[in-house]
Design a protein around this ligand. Structure first.
Ligand code: HEC
Length: 104
């Protein structure tokens, strides 16, 4: 009986915690997509060493570059392969996300 109650209590705690986490975080689809870019371009698109700073670019620049990488029109070492993984809609979301960052 006691064991059962402990389990019920634990499940309750986890589900409350989970729903609190989800409602507090409000993670948008664009933010989720952008996580795939942070490892190279840095948090907030700051860039590192030879990796371009995304937060300085306009939405149009970012979108055009990603489409160019995707088709191979724009030369790249890495981005050509990476950009192929995103749909046109996702590219628009990413371009909006990085161009709207405060740190310009
Ligand atoms: C593995 C590292 C890596 C990841 C991950 C990565 N990039 Fe890049 N990015 C680069 C490098 C390196 C360049 C320079 C072009 C090249 O050689 O590929 C670049 C160039 C760019 C450019 C052109 C910038 C300019 O000034 O012309 C854009 C836009 C861009 N990346 C967007 C993104 C977005 C959006 C993501 C996430 C979907 C992303 N990158 C993920 C390494 C990365």
């Amino acid at each position: 009986m006691l064991k059962k109650m402990k389990i019920i209590l634990l499940v309750g705690m986890f589900s409350t915690g989970y729903s609190l986490l989800c409602s507090a975080a409000h993670i948008s689809r664009a933010e989720l997509l952008a996580v795939g870019c942070f490892s190279c371009h840095g948090w907030e698109g700051i860039g590192a060493k030879r990796i371009p700073k995304l937060s300085k670019l306009t939405k149009k620049d970012i979108s055009e570059s990603l489409h160019g990488f995707k088709t191979g029109e724009e030369r790249s070492t890495i981005m050509g392969r990476h950009a192929k993984a995103y749909t046109d809609e996702e590219i628009t979301l990413l371009a909006e996300y990085f161009s709207n960052l405060k740190n310009k």
